[in-house]
Design a protein around this ligand. Structure first.
Ligand code: ADP
Length: 218
């Protein structure tokens, strides 16, 4: 059965999320308290509804308990975000993801059972910081506090070498899980794969190990 998504709060983040889900041909219910905002999503979302999500009876009447995944994005309206999250969990929504505005908000959301707390500005800032402080790091995704996936540019130093020559796992403790070469992506490359200049090596591991690999190994 197709997964059912709902996005509540159609501001900058929620609005973009609805657009992307619609591009992916995913069915999405879009909810906002403001009529004019809802209007803009009438032709984009599968359904766009004006409602105050803080009201439990509204959440019930919209049938949100049957949705697999609900994302709450209320910007600075922390009170609304907390109340809505609480109610969505109470009516039994399996996955409730919530955008947090600050660390305090995040703490409360974690306590009341949000399944994932999203920090788009902070996460994007981290990705960009990694990108601009290293000429080799092209992209960065945090997997946990200590682990990440990083896209590292292969320099002249390693081009022509095989993955076996690099021996990244033994020397640095991290793993090359894919190679991005032009339009092609080589997933789980074999040990005899020859690295070419300008390849993007997708590496997963502990931040400390990735750092060492990026500085000394590539
Ligand atoms: P963000 O910065 O998270 O992208 P914005 O502040 O740009 O968020 O937008 C938040 C949206 O959430 C606004 O469109 C606002 O109308 C909507 N909103 C705020 N409170 C409620 C509520 N109680 N129920 C439904 N929508 C709400």
């Amino acid at each position: 059965m197709k997964k059912q998504f709902a996005v509540i709060g159609l501001g900058r983040f929620g609005g973009n999320l609805v657009q992307e889900l619609a591009h992916l041909n995913v069915e999405v219910l879009a909810i906002d308290i403001h009529h004019d905002v809802v209007q803009k999503f009438q032709d984009i979302a599968t359904h766009a509804v004006q409602a105050n999500a803080m009201d439990e009876s509204v959440l019930k009447s919209l049938g949100l308990r049957n949705f697999d995944h609900v994302i709450v994005s209320f910007g600075e309206n922390i009170e609304a975000s907390i109340l809505t999250t609480l109610q969505l969990k109470e009516i039994g929504v399996k996955e409730v993801w919530v955008k947090a505005s600050n660390a305090y908000h995040q703490k409360v959301l974690d306590r009341i059972g949000a399944d994932k707390v999203i920090h788009p500005e902070r996460d994007m800032a981290r990705r960009i910081a990694h990108h601009i402080t290293s000429e080799k790091i092209i992209d960065y995704i945090e997997v946990s506090k200590e682990h990440s996936i990083v896209e590292v540019l292969a320099t002249k130093k390693v081009s022509g070498k095989t993955l076996m020559d690099l021996d990244v796992r033994a020397k640095y403790g991290c793993n090359i899980i894919a190679i991005h070469r032009g339009e092609e992506v080589i997933v789980s490359p074999s040990a005899d794969e020859v690295i070419q200049k300008e390849d993007l090596l997708i590496v997963i591991g502990h931040n400390r190990d990735i750092n060492r690999f990026e500085k000394e190994g590539v």
